[in-house]
Write a protein that binds this ligand. Sequence first.
Ligand code: CTP
Length: 397
Amino acid sequence: MGLSEKKILLIVSGGIAAYKINNLVRDFIKKNAEVQVLMTPNAEHFVSKLTLSTLSKKPIFTDFFTENGTWNSHIELAHWADVILVAPCTANTLAKMVHGICDNLAIATYLSAKCPIFIAPAMDLEMYQHPSTKQNLESAQHFGHQIIPAEHGELASGLFGLGRMAEPETISKTIENFFNSAEHSQKLKGKNVLITAGPTYESIDPVRFIGNHSSGKMGFALAEEAAKLGAKVVLISGPVSLNINSKNIDIQKVTSAKEMFDEVFKHYENSDIAIAAAAVSDYAPKEIAREKIKKNDDNFTLELVKNPDILKAMGEKKTKQFLVGFALETENEEQNAKEKLIRKNLDMIVLNSLRDENAGFGNDTNKVKIFTKNSEKDFPLKSKTEVAKDILGEIVR
Ligand code: CTP
């Protein structure tokens, strides 16, 4: 618990408050955290690299390139971190972060990061009050970053007011509280979760396919939420153009149902929970034409053969897995969903309603009813992120 073994990437930018960072690093190290300091070029005027590297027991990075011809990988640094803390964060560094102005190693690392970001602004009274700064702080919050607010007091300029960087103890406590509450809610820690998402494309010829309108949003939201609960997630996705934010998600892209089937069974045995959110095509062309099919006759017949039912196969091979399927029905919704729960040997089935025009395929919202063998629960129309939380909540329960 706490900061022990946590990896903190500390970005120090060039403000007078940088002199307090030595104490902060010392505190982190005392609490057993690992600290990697990155400095912006201007920060070097305010605090000594030697002091920081001695306290953090690591070299301090500022430049992309080193004197011996190698380079500091911003991607490796970003992926190493459990959290990034920018302290002190000057008006300039804040503006660069918010607008993606990538002219130093610290900003490149920030832009490559998937972990939570904390910002401790420090600036003079007028700068802190400026609409531009206010707007940038709002944007940072909008990105999901947490601001550790500046405090009231005497400022380096001699002015008195809001703008002083929060005290090192406050910053340290904020980061510690974050890890404590994150660990408290890690209800799927140590669990392997397998999720299928998106449509499958079944090739007809080199340029055409049979597909469907699935956006993959529900499966991706489930993957992100499961990762937030501490799970190690393998997400097997058909062709969609969505991005993943968490570093605990291993995403495997596939195209056809057969490819999805093969990929699923590379990971299934090792999974504790498997959720089939993909809209798998039930049929595929019997043969894929090698050349583009030319239009000749008025009628054209395509012979289709049944694809493997991935979820059913998972049900048949079930050992320890908690298996969850989705059902999309247009008639006898509940009866069909319950029947699928039994037929596919599932532990839970999520019925998507097609009756609400904002729910289901392609939408950002969904309305579901969740069935297990001996329970059923109705949920109102919600964002897919909220629906993912509900589904995982039920799984955890
Ligand atoms: N599914 C699957 N592989 C398939 C077809 C479906 O893994 N080849 C999974 C879906 O990911 C979903 C569930 O099965 O979790 C139900 O899909 P759905 O299309 O509603 O049901 P089907 O089994 O295809 O039955 P039907 O189309 O007859 O309703």
